[in-house]
Ligand binder design. Structure first.
Ligand code: CP
Length: 291
């Protein structure tokens, strides 16, 4: 695997290979690059989980790391993405992790950049490492994917997590539904009524409303959103006994999820974050081991 930027470019076998290795890291597998490799982090959008769990993953593999401080970099002088990435290649970085607001930003780099590119998310397009950690969390819970039902709820239209998960989960044999405010509904993504679907699904995956990607204000107040689409105790009580709650985070307490549900017995949100390190260790190892 040379670049990991879009799960559509990976076969099911390659996806299972990453998940199996992530599981092995979760169980204590060790890989030590002895400081011989350096990973560069280029985050053109804010991030806590993706950025710092990718960095922790590199440190766990005994790789060195460099973080581009965008606000004090030549990006502010108009340097292009290609020239910035090419710089990191020139100084000897062994791989780059990039998050960028432009959908498909990686298409301008692939074939021109000779070090592996790991995507930390592109606009509203794809979030491959998030989907892989979501898949790992689901497989740890249920053992396999075939036949599971998932509902993804919220600002589906602006969510790269929803876009990536909808496709890969269906490909791996799950039935995937979406729900949430009609203004953020996306055609072709199996939209259903939230309260009707909750008792039928194995996974309720909540999304944050992505205000930063909107051109106009949401028509609902936070209170209205919570009342209509927020996961509260009353709704949790209608879930199947073994069903779980997921959220890529950051989450807005008492908007898409009630404060007392964030860490309830069905919630796997912090487990997802822990799994993020193992998945990103597997991703870094996949692209470095053949170098
Ligand atoms: N889930 C996720 O991508 O979180 P960050 O934006 O904090 O990286």
């Amino acid at each position: 695997m040379k670049n990991i930027v879009n799960l559509e470019y990976l076969t099911n076998e390659e996806i299972y290979e990453i998940l199996d290795e992530a599981d092995a890291f979760a169980k204590g597998k060790k890989v030590d690059y002895q400081g011989s490799k350096c990973i560069a982090y280029l985050f053109f959008e804010p991030s806590t989980r993706t950025h710092y769990s990718f960095e922790k993953a590199a440190l766990n593999l005994n790789c060195k790391t460099q973080n581009l401080d965008i606000q004090n970099s030549s990006v502010l002088k108009g340097e292009s993405l290609y020239d910035t990435v090419r710089f990191f290649e020139s100084i000897g970085s062994d791989a780059v992790v990039i998050r960028h607001p432009e959908n498909d930003y990686y298409k301008q780099l692939i074939g021109k950049i000779n070090i592996p590119i790991l995507s930390g998310g592109d606009g509203t397009g794809q979030h491959p490492s998030q989907s892989l950690l979501d898949l790992l969390t689901i497989r740890q819970e249920f053992g396999s994917f075939e036949g599971l039902k998932v509902v993804i709820v919220g600002d589906v239209q602006h969510s790269r997590v929803a876009h990536t998960n909808f496709k890969i989960m269906e490909r791996l044999g799950m039935s995937v539904y979406t729900s949430g405010p009609l203004e953020y509904k996306e055609e072709g993504m199996n939209y259903v009524d939230f309260d009707e679907i909750i008792p039928q699904v194995d996974v309720v995956m909540l999304l944050r409303v992505q205000h930063e990607r909107h051109t106009s204000n949401m028509s609902l107040s936070k209170e209205e959103y919570h009342q209509q689409y927020g996961l509260n105790r009353q709704r949790v009580e209608t879930m199947k006994e073994n069903a779980i709650i997921m959220h890529p985070a950051p989450f807005n307490r008492n908007v898409e999820i009630a404060d007392d549900i964030v860490e309830c017995e069905k919630a796997r949100i912090f487990k997802q974050m822990e799994n993020g390190v193992y998945v990103r260790m597997a991703l870094i190892n996949q692209v470095l081991k053949d170098e």
